[in-house]
Design a protein around this ligand. Sequence first.
Ligand code: ZN
Length: 627
Amino acid sequence: MVTFRFRMAACIAALLLFIAPHLCAQSETAIQLTVDATQTPQHILTIHETIPAHAGAFTLYYPKWIPGDHQPSGPVGNVAGLKFLAGGKVIPWRRDLLDVFTFHITVPEGASSVEADFQYLDGGGGPFGGSTTDKLVDINWDEVLLYPAGTPAQQLMFAAHLVLPEGWKFGTALPLESASGNQATFKPAALNRLVDSPLVAGEYYRAVDITPPGEPIHHEIDIVADSATALNMPPEFQKQLTNLVAESGKLFGARHYRDYHFLLTLSNHTAHFGLEHHESNDSRTMERAFLTPNGRRGLGGLLPHEFVHSWNGKFRRPADLSAPYYEAPMQTDLLWVYEGLTDYLGHLLAARSGIWTPEQFREYLANTAAELGPGRPGRTWRPLQDTADAVPGMFRGFSLMNWRRGVDYYPEGDLLWLEVATIIHDQSHGKKSFEDFCHTFYGGPNDGPQLKPYTFDELVAALNQVQPYDWAGFFHERLGSTSAEAPVGGIEAGGWKVDYTEKPPAFAGRGRFAGGVNAAYSIGLRLGGDGSVQDSIVGKPAFKAGIVPGMRVVAVNGRSFTPALLNDVLEASKSSTQQIQFLVLGDDYYHTYTVEYEGGPRFPHLVRVEGKPDLLDDLAKPQASQK
Ligand SMILES: [Zn+2]
C-alpha cells in the first residue's frame, strides 16, 4: 500500500536526486500498458502504452540494464514499428546518439499524455532463441515497455493489460485485478515490481501447489510446455519441490515475499536459462525435462538456484547492483556473493530436498574442483575478482574459455562458500553453522518483496557477528589469487578430497559434451559426438599438439572418428604410451596432429579422507524434517 506520507517522502528523495518536481506528479497516474500476445505463434507481441506526459522535450527509455543479467542486455534491437502520438497526431522521434536505448520526442502544447505503439519481434527458434513458440509465451515486461526518464522505477506506476490467444492459461506472481476470456488486467504495480514479475502463458499449462504442510505462505509451480505430455511432473518430483520449499524455510528462517511462483517453461524452441525474481523465477529448459533422469537432475541445478535468489540477490543485493532505474549502470564486483553463494546454496538445497542424491552433490563438487583446477589454466593470469568485475563487457564467452575464464564466480562460489561453511563449523567447534549466518543476514520480518542492499564491509560484519574470523583477509586472498590450484579447502575440511580415476562420473556437470568424449583431464579435450572440438585445455597434450576449439576431429589413428573409438584408444594408454594421431578439419583444411599420452582415462571424484568426520554429507542431509 502506498500512503500519502510515503509519496511525499518519495518526492523529496526525487528532488534530492536532482529529478524535476513535475515528474513526481506524473507518478500519481499509472501508465497504461497493453500487450497483445495473440500473434505469439508468429513471434510478434504488439504493445500500446498511454504515458502521462508534459508539453516540451520528453525522453523515454527502453530498459537497458536488466536485473539478474548484470549487463546492458535489454533487447532493444527487437523493437519495431515504433510510433508516438499525442492529441491524435504523430510525433517524430529520434534515438539518442550516445545511448541506443533512449528515445527523444517533443510533446505538443496542450497534450497531457503520449501514446506509444510498437511491436516486439521475438528472437524465436533454437536453444538460444527467445520467449515465444507456437504454444506458449514468456512475458518479460521489461522487453515490452518504454518508460519516461527521470523517475525511479519504484515510483512509476504501470497498469498492465494482457491479451492472449484463445484458450491459453497463464501463471504469474503479479497480482491480478480481473480476467475474462483471453484477457487479463493486473493491479497497478510500480515499474520495478512489474519488471520483477514475469508471466508464462500457453495452451499447455499446469499449476501445482508445492506448499509444505504447516507453511503459511503459498508456493506453486506454473508450468507451460510445447506439449501436454511434457507437463507430466512425476509425483516424486513434486514431493522434492515441496521439500525444497520446506528446506529453504529452515535454511533462511524467514521469507520476504507474499507468495512464490516457480514459472517453468519446457520447450526446445525458447532460450534456456533461469532468471531470478523476488516472488517468482523464470526458468526455461528442454521440453521433456520432467521425463528423463538427466532432465530432472538438470532441474535440480536450475530451480533451487533461482529460488535461493529470492533471498540472496533480491532481498539482499549488493548496493552497487541496486540501480534505481534500468538505464543506470550496475557494478558487478560482488557477483561472487550474489551468484556464487546462490550457486552453493542452490546445490545444497537440491541435495537436502532429494532432487539430487548425496553422490550427485559430491560428483558436482568433484567436477567443479577439477574444472577450476587443472581445467582452468586461465586462473594463473586472471583472478576470480576480475571474472565478476568484467561481466558487463564479456558475459558470453567464445573459444578457449579455460584460458580466458568466464563467469567462474558461479562454480568457484560453490567451493568458496563451502569453505566459509566449514570455517564457521571448525572455528566454533561445531557450535555455529552457516545457517546461523543465513538467519542473521536474510532474517527479519516479511514485509513483502523488500530490497535491503549491502556492501562488502556489511557482509564481513555479518559473518563476524556469527563467528569472528579474518573474513576480509580470507575473501581478499581467494578473490585475488592467481594460483593454478582450485580452492578445495572446504571439500577437504568436509572430510573428502579430489581424486582422479578411470571411472566416468555419474554427473557430467557443466559443459556440453553429452554423447561425446570428455577427455579434459587426460589429453585435455572435450569433443562432441561428431568430433567437434568443444574445449582444448591450454597446456595439455592435445592443445600442445595444435588442436583448438572450432576444429573437428575426423579420424583417430587412421580410422573414422567415433566417441567409442577414442575411448578405446585412451583405454589402451593405461598400460603404454600411445602416439594418438588425430586427423582434424579446420577452416576447410585437414591436418594431422600427434598427441603423445600415457595414463588412461581420468575423471574427477571425491574420496573420503580416512579419520576425518564426514561434514560434507552432514551438510547435504535433509534439515527441515529434523525439527
Ligand atoms: Zn543466479
